[in-house]
Write a protein that binds this ligand. Structure first.
Ligand code: TZP
Length: 218
């Protein structure tokens, strides 16, 4: 059963196109509507990315998002917190370069849950693959106000091209992706993207989600 669950999650990752990172503070009408409307419009994965919620609130919120994602047939990833990923029965956990390494996260969440890692250059991407990550984030592709980056961390489309040329693990281009620059990202070789503010802070999360998904069907 464990092996089958792993294969099923891997398959779902491979087939995914659009990954939404949700922070309540970015959302115009709260996280709930942004999540439910974008799920209805076809988002494949939702990440809970809350940096200042109490653990108790995060757990209650997480369990609710677990229900919505399950009903929509989408996957749920918890940012930074392997313990909460287990508590809310998320499909996986996402860590950055300053969080626990993959090996330690794997010890906590076990073989059944996915582990995603943020990478900002090709060395980090190669290392994440060697460490046993299930997918990687590749960015920031464009400048973004959603997360602070040092000047030297700006990766750009060249990093996307490098990853497209050598990484076979599922990966998502991320950072500043909007409806009007998405084509450039796909032309650079990305087949999946992760976004936050473009959907969360949109007046109509469902409508912008459909717009973002459009180029994938061509
Ligand atoms: N990691 C790399 S870029 C980024 C994160 C969390 C922010 C993505 O947000 P947005 O609003 O789509 O630029």
């Amino acid at each position: 059963k464990t092996i089958l669950t792993c294969i099923a999650s891997q398959r779902r990752l491979e087939n995914s196109r659009l990954y939404l990172l949700v922070s309540e503070s970015l959302c115009h009408h709260g996280a709930g509507p942004a999540i439910r409307e974008s799920l209805a419009a076809g988002v494949d994965l939702v990440q809970i990315r809350e940096k200042s919620m109490t653990d108790r609130k995060l757990m209650v919120h997480g369990k609710r998002v677990r229900e919505w994602t399950r009903e929509a047939g989408a996957m749920l990833i918890m940012n930074d917190r392997p313990d909460l990923a287990i508590a809310i029965d998320a499909d996986g956990v996402h860590v950055g370069q300053d969080e626990l390494p993959v090996r330690e996260v794997r010890q906590i969440v076990g073989p059944r849950r996915l582990i995603g890692v943020s990478t900002h250059n090709i060395e980090q991407a190669r290392q994440a693959v060697l460490d046993g990550a299930d997918y990687i984030g590749v960015g920031p592709t464009f400048p973004t106000a959603t997360k602070n980056f040092a000047e030297h961390e700006y990766a750009g489309l060249d990093f996307v091209k490098q990853v497209a040329a050598e990484i076979t693990l599922p990966w998502f281009a991320i950072g500043g992706i909007q409806a009007d620059n998405l084509k450039q990202v796909l032309e650079a070789g990305a087949t999946r993207v992760a976004v936050s503010s473009v959907i969360c802070s949109h007046e109509q999360p469902g409508q912008i989600t459909r717009e973002l998904l459009e180029p994938f069907s061509n």
